[in-house]
Design a protein around this ligand. Structure first.
Ligand SMILES: C[C@@]1(CC(=O)O)C2=NC(=C\c3[nH]c(c(CCC(=O)O)c3CC(=O)O)Cc3[nH]c(c(CC(=O)O)c3CCC(=O)O)/C=C3\N/C(=C\2)[C@@H](CCC(=O)O)[C@]3(C)CC(=O)O)/[C@H]1CCC(=O)O
Ligand SMILES: NC(=O)c1ccc[n+]([C@@H]2O[C@H](COP(=O)([O-])OP(=O)(O)OC[C@H]3O[C@@H](n4cnc5c(N)ncnc54)[C@H](O)[C@@H]3O)[C@@H](O)[C@H]2O)c1
Length: 547
């Protein structure tokens, strides 16, 4: 299938990081070019021999010989110089000698570079930027060596100053990690944890990290979490949560009560255990978790939505959409890019505005728009956004039930990076009450539902709502990079995916959002663009394109 696998372009070079440590490299010639070649191979820890008449040596080569950094043979090249040699670099101002050298190397299968004679090169040199363990090589494949030099300098100028130092620290941390978790079967966990450290720590913090910090950080490998440097040093959780782990709502209620007096009150009132049938208790749990884990202060009205495990679903949905955006960055960076401005739309943001709050709290340069048809919910959402100092990054708009779900022009926007939505799940009041009583299910519903009808019921239920979004997306196409929604039932997901296929969408992803409890929610995202999200977070159990 076209587009699924990389297209073959041909005509390139195989760029590798050749390990020549302790290998025998013969440099023929002792002029300016030879001097550069010698630096390259000595920096790769090779054993170097130079063959050139002494009168032809330039100052730099003479210095290396004098310092015994290289072995030296004071004469012109002879075929026996190739004995025991692993690589040849010729830089002589004599084209006949060059050709003879190349032929002999070919016969003896010794890889050779004859400077400035591309047809007589098994490999070319390139323009190299080096910063500690970091090396970047630019090749123009023989087209423009000077341009290789110019491009390389441009790339280097764009890198943060401390890139090499940060890489060095990561190298030390990785070696320490392999010592404490050496088992081969630990591999995937080790790699995932290490990747997350690199994704979530800034270069500055990586450079700052000392031996003690490393030891402390490694203590978090087992539970699989990633604290910030500040947290390692002060023991305090920073209020800006970096959102780097899977959120499982396996809450230790007693511990939470010790941390949060408001939560202690509802726990005590329920004789030490949390009643999911007590709306006040459920609401307080959400508030306390948002405060403890995300530094969010949130006020929830009595008559508006507060599903019992909302924090967990909301957060896992938010993380999933963040992964999708991060791995389909048009700049082709595959991880969270703190400098990238991303604008999202929360369709039906609700009184809590919980999705937008979590997104804004965990991504400092993202902007959100929120819509709702219910003015009371919007008024409450405004309070919550302001209470968390996020008003400068969030705009709210009241929409009408018959108007567009994605009102780009009313929002004054040309495009959006993504939309999120927690749609009303039920198609009628009866369906809502039946479901909440547990009709058709074993036992009754496991928790109270505090949602108002306006939030819980819509024509066609969640599926009807999202099918409207699909129709709008057909008109808007790539004005929105990713459209997405949450679902209450897997059956709705299946119908939606079938619909996406019929309208010609081939780029979509599905996630099963686990809460740690019994209930599951689903999320679906689709795009008219061709950048496919990478399956970055396997443990979040999501996949694309093969439902
Ligand atoms: C990158 C760099 C690495 C290095 O050598 O270490 C390198 N050449 C550099 C500089 C440079 N070389 C030349 C100029 C004069 C300006 C110009 O011509 O542009 C300048 C500029 C300068 O001196 O500033 C002349 C030249 N070079 C080659 C030919 C022969 C030909 O093209 O047929 C001619 C004569 C052309 C003629 O007579 O007209 C051939 C090769 N030179 C290569 C590499 C390989 C291809 C790499 C690629 O395409 O990316 C290749 C194929 C084989 C090889 O030698 O490995 C290094 C920059 C390092 C840095 O500073 O960062
Ligand atoms: N790839 C590049 O970046 C690049 C750039 C400039 C020049 N060149 C080419 O590289 C070659 C060398 O350039 P240079 O500036 O170093 O020249 P140079 O004149 O400074 O050096 C030539 C060296 O070759 C030695 N030599 C000559 N014949 C020899 C032999 N038979 N055995 C051993 N040593 C011998 C000389 O003693 C001298 O040390 C030239 O062909 C030049 O065109 C390449």
């Amino acid at each position: 299938m076209k587009g699924q696998y990389p297209e073959i372009q041909g005509g390139g070079s195989l760029i590798l990081a050749w390990q020549v440590k302790n290998k025998h490299v013969l440099v023929i010639g002792g002029g300016d070019v030879a001097a550069g070649r010698i630096v390259n191979v000595l920096n790769s820890d090779a054993k170097v021999t130079v063959v050139s008449p002494r009168e032809g040596l330039n100052d730099e080569v003479a210095f290396r010989i004098d310092q015994k950094q290289v072995n030296y043979v004071d004469r012109k090249f002879e075929p026996s110089d190739l004995d025991g040699v692993d690589m040849v670099l010729a830089a002589v101002d004599d084209s006949e000698a060059s050709t003879q050298i190349y032929k002999l190397c070919q016969e003896r299968r010794i890889p050779a570079n004859i400077a400035d004679v591309p047809p007589e090169c098994d490999f070319y040199f390139g323009s190299v930027h080096r910063d500690g363990p970091l090396q970047i090589m630019v090749s123009t494949n023989g087209n423009g060596p000077k341009l290789a030099n110019i491009v390389r300098r441009k790339i280097a100028a764009g890198l943060p100053e401390n890139t090499g130092a940060a890489i060095q620290k990561v190298g030390t941390l990785r070696r320490k990690l392999r010592k404490i978790a050496p088992a081969p079967e630990e591999g995937p966990k080790r790699m995932q944890w290490m990747s997350k450290v690199c994704e979530t720590w800034s270069l500055e913090d990586l450079c700052e990290m000392d031996e003690d910090d490393m030891e402390a950080l490694l203590g978090y490998y087992k539970p699989g979490t990633i604290p910030k440097l500040q947290e390692l040093r002060t023991g305090e959780t920073p209020t800006v949560f970096d959102g780097s782990f899977d959120y499982e709502e396996d809450v230790d209620f007693k511990a939470l009560a010790l941390q949060d007096a408001e939560f202690a009150k509802v726990l005590d009132a329920n004789a030490g255990y949390l009643s999911f049938y007590d709306p006040q208790a459920v609401k307080q749990l959400t508030k306390s978790l948002l405060k403890r884990d995300f530094g969010l202060c949130i006020d929830l009205p009595d008559d508006r939505l507060c599903p019992p495990v909302s924090t967990c679903y909301s957060y896992n949905y938010v993380r999933w959409i963040q992964d999708i955006i991060d791995t389909t960055n048009p700049a082709y960076t595959d991880a969270y890019d703190p400098n990238r401005y991303v604008t999202g739309l929360d369709i039906g943001t609700g009184a809590s505005a919980i999705y937008s709050l979590l997104l804004l709290r965990t991504r400092s340069s993202w902007l959100m728009c929120g819509t709702d048809i219910d003015s009371a919910s919007l008024a409450h959402a405004t309070t919550n956004i302001e209470a968390n100092d996020l008003a400068s990054r969030m705009r709210l708009l009241q929409t009408s039930p018959s108007g567009p779900l994605i009102p780009l022009s009313a929002l004054g926007l040309d495009r959006l990076d993504f939309t999120i939505c927690n749609p009303p799940f039920f198609s009628s009041t009866k369906e809502m009450h039946d479901s909440l009583r547990g009709e058709g299910k074993k036992g009754r519903a496991s928790a109270v539902c505090t949602g108002a009808e306006v939030e819980m019921v819509t024509t066609g239920g969640d599926l009807g709502f999202v099918l409207r979004m699909v129709e709008e997306s057909r008109a808007l196409q790539d004005k929105v990079q990713w459209y997405s929604s949450m679902f209450g039932k897997l059956s709705s997901v299946n119908v939606l995916v079938a619909k996406l296929k019929t309208v010609g969408i081939t780029n979509w992803a599905v996630s099963c959002l686990h809460s740690g409890g019994r209930t599951r929610r689903w999320a679906v995202a689709w795009s008219w663009g061709d950048m496919r999200p990478r399956n970055v977070s396997k443990s979040r159990r999501w996949w694309s394109a093969d439902l």
